[in-house]
Design a protein around this ligand. Structure first.
Ligand code: SAM
Length: 284
């Protein structure tokens, strides 16, 4: 996948993320708000004239103020409009708080936010205004832990689990593996759903195919869907909806008002895959 070693070769007035050896995305720096290293990764918050504040981990864009809603709404709302009565939730990763913000739009009982890196939470609380109110919500329980270890130890079970991890190759490598999903399945209530980000359908097709191969043996319904995300590699992203009981096109409720991207037409369209992806998933 991408590396940020080339940034040093670029001039200091811009941040570059390479999506291939010869292509990528760049952001002219209006300001560098934070640059530091945690035990897990390099953390940067930069400000760009067009996209606003941008969180990068190990040089890879995680979220920007201007387009975060594409990704966060498309990761969260498909599971909520199809699950009969989601009450107990788990968000793994998601330290920027974007997923949590969407989850708390619903009348849920409780959600965990299990993030490995306390420094990401601290920095995002300072620079992304939406995080603190979500963490203060009495339904939210923040746990600083490795998502894989958390699901191995927890005795709680969940209606919906969102895996909003960074790309494989950093601290999240284990969250992209078969064993993690096998253990995650044991934490689901009957009728439970898992939704994960699985990468760029263009740049990360091989890793998506590899995931598809083991997910199809773990879950009855393996349904990939896509969404544009302007600042992510290739401008589009792929997600997977996993459940033994729930079918993603059987809508149970309307989404909340005030969303900027997601609606039920977008939901139905997102599961219609282009030919080079059509063979993926369990089909429905
Ligand atoms: N939307 C982004 C993407 O698709 O690349 C992900 C955003 S979110 C900031 C990713 C979070 O996952 C980071 O805060 C990172 O620290 C966290 N993370 C990485 N590995 C983890 C692990 N093993 N357990 C829990 N959180 C993890």
């Amino acid at each position: 996948m991408t590396t940020d070693k080339n940034n040093q070769e670029a001039d200091a007035s811009e941040e570059r993320e390479y999506h291939s050896a010869s292509s990528g995305i760049f952001f002219k720096l209006k300001r560098v708000l934070y640059r530091g290293k945690s035990p897990y990764q390099k953390i940067e918050i930069i400000e760009n004239e067009y996209f606003g504040r941008i969180l990068l981990l190990d040089g890879l864009v995680q979220t920007t103020e201007r387009d975060e809603f594409f990704y966060h709404e498309m990761l969260v709302h498909p599971a909520f409009v199809t699950h009969p009565a989601p009450q107990d939730l788990l968000v793994i990763g998601g330290g920027d708080g974007g997923v949590l913000k969407e989850v708390l739009r619903y009348p849920i009982k409780h959600t965990y936010l299990v993030e490995i890196d306390r420094q990401v939470i601290k920095v995002c609380q300072e620079y992304f205004p939406w995080l603190s109110p979500s963490l203060k919500d009495k339904r939210t329980e923040l746990v600083i832990a490795d998502g894989r270890e958390f699901i191995e130890k927890t005795e709680r079970t969940f209606d919906i689990v969102f895996v909003d991890s960074s790309d494989p190759g950093g601290p999240s490598t284990s969250l992209h593996e078969r064993d993690f999903y096998k253990k995650l399945k044991k934490c689901l209530n009957f009728g439970g759903v898992v939704v994960s980000q699985v990468g760029s359908p263009f740049y990360h097709l091989e890793s998506i195919k590899k995931k598809n191969a083991f997910l199809k043996r773990l879950f009855r319904n393996v349904c990939f869907y896509m969404s544009p995300v302007p600042t992510y590699p290739g401008g589009s992203w792929c997600f997977v909806f996993l459940s033994d009981e729930i079918q993603p096109l059987k809508i149970k409720r309307d989404p909340p008002r005030g969303l900027e991207y997601f609606n039920l037409d977008i939901h139905r369209a997102a599961f219609s895959l282009p030919n080079f992806l059509k063979h993926l998933g369990s089909g429905f």
